[in-house]
Design a protein around this ligand. Sequence first.
Ligand SMILES: Nc1nc2c(c(=O)[nH]1)N[C@H]1C(S)=C(S)[C@@H](COP(=O)(O)O)O[C@H]1N2
Ligand SMILES: [Mo]
Length: 443
Amino acid sequence: MAGTERSIDELYQDDPERADAAVFGRKTGVDRRGFLGGSGLAAMSAAVGGAIPFAANIPGGLIPAALAQEKAAPAKGPQYLKFPDKHEGLVVLGDRPLVAETPESLLDDDTTPTNKFFIRNNANAPDPAKDPDSWKLTIDGEVNQKLEITLGELKKRFRPVTRRLVLECGGNGRSFFTPTARGNQWTNGGAGCAEWTGVRLADVIRAAGLKGSAVFTGHYGIDGSLSDPNRPALSRGVPIRKAIDQNNLIVWAMNGEPLTNIHGGPVRLIIPGWPGSVSAKWLTRIWVRDKVHDGPGMGGTSYRVAIKPMIPGGKPDPNNFRDLESMPVRSIITSPANGTKLGADVRELNLRGAAWDGDLSIRRVDVSVDYGATWRPAQLQQAKNRYDWRRWTARVRVPSEGYYEIWTRATDQRGTMQPHVAGNWNPQGYGANPMHRIAVLIG
Ligand SMILES: Nc1nc2c(c(=O)[nH]1)N[C@H]1C(S)=C(S)[C@@H](COP(=O)(O)O)O[C@H]1N2
Ligand SMILES: [Mo]
């Protein structure tokens, strides 16, 4: 089936109307030979294995969730991660450098366990530190007093706090772009929400003292780039106004355990709400700059989105980009899993999920079982602290057996809602946050 699904994806990219005709047989006067045997809805329902009670509502040009193969998955199917102490359900998006995502259904814990947490390396991870407490950190540049401190001293000198914070890759959702954008083809699993323990970045910056000339930070880890080990794999930063936010932490523990090497141990930054790439792992230096930082991963089209919408797939105008700062609003269904089959007599589904939104907070989450014709509110759990995600639950009824899609969409404080499809296409694929859809078969 994988081959067929890929061609459906391609056909939807090329010509959504013709693709609809091929799948559903909706239009007359177009080639109906189709991918599903040419008899329209009957073939579609045969392919999904049941009647489609809300078939009339299926929006044109949208690949049915049951057929939408993750672009992340190579033709031979998803590759599962084999890595010490990691869950075998994580999906590998790249092996050199190692990148692995967490399928939505593995994000069903209130706090994401470390073994299920996604991995994003831009180069090879360094060897584990032998003596974590002697690890050295430097804060220099536009500061009154350069600060050189070991991790051991950092733990004693500043007040430790523990917070549950979402960490999300800037490219999360990239696979939903049409045409395909360059980079790891994340679905929604380049995100997790763990308990992080460390000290406030703001306290450490204050101890060094900012000069009036301070504009930006530049973050450094010890991992060298794959092509040139003397150059950092990645070095991004944030404007000072974000750097001094009380919610940013320099952490040494994740979920109550010493930070593991793969997640940047012994010490890393967590700058919640912004692309994960500013949360440097294996942190050695914070360089306070008198201008916008220009390390690898800054400028060009890296971690940047179009200011004026560009033609999808078109040639980028270098002047039309700005850094992606706050991550967009997103919600996911974490239970049931996509593709779940339930007994013929089931009429009620208990749904669970999560929602989060960069620097803003979530106003509401709604779910639909009829392709968005009607929506019902989900019940939101309290956040533990700022930048925590909101867990949600919902109970929905379905009228009969058959094939359903469950949709979720979150709305932020300002009323901004997740779109039906990824918008504001950009060459490296940032900011894709379409509604999450899963396929469920009853009977
Ligand atoms: N030193 C260093 N820090 C890094 C990276 C890296 O490659 N090297 N990757 C960044 C990116 S792009 C992301 S999304 C997060 C991923 O953190 P994780 O692997 O702990 O999930 O770390 C960030 N910090
Ligand atoms: Mo990332």
